[in-house]
Design a protein around this ligand. Structure first.
Ligand SMILES: [Zn+2]
Length: 646
């Protein structure tokens, strides 16, 4: 077996200093982490209670009471710790580390003698592993493992890693193909990819094998979840799950036969992420092909232009191909993050840049839309079209919020967003052998180690506001290595100069490979063609027939009521209209707006009659569009992404 060779660059080796991303990344340490710590300790007035830390105290015996919150409430602290770890890896912070150590002590105290760790089952005395479909024990375990691996890598402290390793050892005894063992697998995938991470840091093969068992056994017949119904005698933790078919949890057919993305979107992409990891670890071509088929199915038939997935709120799930409603969709922030995770792993398994196009699409649009620019309010659901009075009064749209919320009882998304922002450099760079891959054009400095030795370089960009991206080789770096720069699929042309001289390097699978003897001070200047442009949707998507959306590089633009008044859906725009760039220094910390002319219905001339033979009158107007990622930061109002084409 060949070990995978593509590596991440350690977080402390990448220093990000980017006009666009600083606004979000700095929020993590300055605002989000302290705020979320208060939240999981139930100290924020007006926010839904988490009970997370309280549950650990009770499970550990230092406080009295019953379990409160969801079965997976423990993941609140796990995801918080994971984000803390990434933050500490980049910049030491004694105070933060001390709080994190205390949280880890609480977690360790709540661990049972045999290694089991879950406050819900420990406090309630419920039968362990009796409800894998809904109980989220393995899902919760996975988040603990991810956090522990990150904390160990950031601080070198082993306590948390030991806790989750003991838990994983115990799980290896409980689950597996051998007779007498539990033949189940998680209803909500997550532990699979976490076990791979734990294997990579500890080198203990049994963790990788357990992940492989969970993945390969999924959906086999007879289906484990059906036999489980007998164990739990029809009792449901979430009664609404009773109506969900096995496809909800990707167990409707054996996993190896699955070629289309089905069911709960977050579950699906967490599972596919683990599959991509395993395909890479075991160099399993067949599994990799299957991952490719699943990825194509998502991105070509079931993904929004904003990089979000999950068309239906009922079941938070995929529906069928080309069903992409703009105003009732679920498009959970976590699902977008999961899609970025899956796509990043596919890039690592294939070295194909098309996967990073999707990562970029997800990060620049829906990930950012999930968080307010104050760092304290979040979207769970990410529609592409909102009319507040409709969303607030139509019960079928109850899931659509017209303003970001402080905190949710089911708080999966907010800490998921912060851990992603805190570790964004994992998406920016990758290394193998003598090659450094540069995936995202975010101003930063990187220090890496290749076969040739230590290298350091700086990227300077204001992307995609400007298509110019400059790489400068720094310091002592010298020698022959390969700089592989992603050429985005949406970018039809580019120019490249090395030290002022034009060059046209080999472009393979979306990467420009610059293989040369580098000297300190060498400069690569790339000018990517990223104009504002209108795109159309495949007309099989009924919702978007006759509509256009405005994009610039990875940014998708939207119209907001704050700039354009209401009745946005009456706006008609010609794809030939001239787009003027307008950088608004004072708006939302500085954003690049697009200003263009079009028409809209003149409502002053509309009668009160509901039905009439008269055509509405249109009037000329000028409109201002903003990046979708920053929408809803200026109060409640209408928003649309897709506009009617003249
Ligand atoms: Zn979520």
């Amino acid at each position: 077996m060949n070990r995978r060779t593509l590596r991440s660059v350690a977080l402390d080796k990448v220093r990000i200093d980017d006009a666009f991303w600083n606004k979000y990344i700095n929020l993590v340490e300055d605002v989000i982490l302290p705020f979320q710590w208060e939240l999981i300790n139930d100290r924020v007035e007006g926010a839904e209670k988490s009970y997370c830390i309280r549950n650990f105290r009770i499970a550990g015996g230092s406080q009295e009471g019953g379990h409160k919150g969801m079965v997976f409430q423990d993941t609140d602290v796990a995801k918080w710790l994971e984000a803390v770890a990434y933050s500490l890896a980049k910049k030491p912070n004694e105070q933060l580390e001390k709080i994190a150590d205390e949280a880890i002590d609480l977690i360790a105290d709540a661990q049972c003698e045999d290694g089991y760790l879950n406050t819900y089952y420990t406090i309630t005395g419920g039968r362990r592993w009796s409800d894998l479909f809904e109980g989220h024990e393995l899902y919760t375990a996975g988040h603990m493992m991810e956090a522990a691996v990150a904390y160990y890598e950031a601080t070198g402290k082993e306590k948390f890693l030991d806790v989750v390793s003991r838990f994983a050892d115990y799980m290896c005894e409980v689950f597996g193909a051998e007779e007498g063992k539990n033949h189940g697998y998680p209803g909500h995938p997550e532990v699979e990819l976490a076990l791979v991470k734990l294997y990579r840091v500890t080198g203990r093969k049994r963790y990788l094998e357990l992940a492989d068992y969970f993945v390969r056994n999924r959906g086999s017949r007879p289906c484990y979840f059906e036999s489980e119904e007998c164990i739990r005698e029809g009792k449901y933790i979430f009664p609404e799950f009773a109506d969900f078919g096995l496809d909800y949890a990707q167990a409707h057919i054996p996993l190896k036969e699955q070629r289309t993305a089905e069911g709960h979107a977050v579950r699906a992409v967490y599972l596919y992420s683990a599959m991509a990891d395993l395909a890479d670890e075991y160099q399993d071509e067949e599994l990799l092909k299957q991952c490719e088929a699943l990825w194509e199915d998502i991105t070509q038939k079931k993904m929004y232009i904003t990089g979000s997935i999950g068309s239906a709120a009922d079941g938070e799930r995929f529906t069928c191909s080309y069903d992409l409603p703009n105003n009732t969709n679920y498009s959970e922030s976590c699902a977008t993050i999961g899609l970025a995770m899956f796509s990043n792993r596919m890039f690592r398994a294939t070295r194909n840049g098309k996967y990073m196009d999707t990562v970029e699409q997800a990060l620049y649009n829906t990930l950012l839309a999930g968080i307010a620019m104050d760092g304290k309010h979040f979207f769970y659901v990410n529609p592409l079209e909102v009319i507040p009075q409709v969303a607030e009064n139509n019960p079928t749209m109850e899931h659509v919020k017209t303003m970001r919320q402080k905190w949710f009882g089911v708080a999966c998304c907010p800490p998921n967003i912060s851990r992603t922002l805190a570790s964004i450099s994992n998406y920016m760079y990758a290394m193998e052998g003598n090659t450094l891959y540069s995936n995202l054009f975010i101003s930063s400095e990187i220090h890496g180690e290749l076969e040739a030795g230590e290298i350091a370089l700086r990227i300077t960009a204001d992307y995609p506001r400007d298509g110019k991206v400059q790489y400068e080789i720094l310091g002592e770096t010298a020698g022959k290595f390969v700089l592989a720069i992603r050429k985005p699929g949406y970018c039809s042309s580019y120019r490249m100069r090395i030290n002022g001289e034009d060059c046209s390097p080999v472009c393979e699978n979306g990467y420009l490979y610059l293989d040369r003897e580098w000297q300190p001070g060498d400069k690569v200047e790339m000018i990517l063609d990223v104009p504002f442009r209108f795109v159309r949707c495949n007309p099989r998507v009924n919702e978007n027939i006759g509509k256009i959306a405005l994009v610039k590089g990875p940014w998708v633009y939207c119209l907001e009521e704050a700039d354009n008044g209401n009745y946005l859906k009456s706006i008609v725009v010609s794809s030939d209209t001239e787009i003027k760039e307008d950088f608004k220094e004072d708006t939302l910390g500085g954003i690049l707006c697009a200003v263009f002319k079009g028409k809209r219905i003149d409502y002053s001339a509309i009668s009160d009659e509901l039905y009439t033979g008269e055509k509405p009158m249109y009037m000329e107007d000028e409109f201002t569009a903003v990046p979708y990622g920053v929408w809803n930061n200026r109060g409640k109002g209408e928003m649309i992404v897709w506009m009617r084409e003249a």
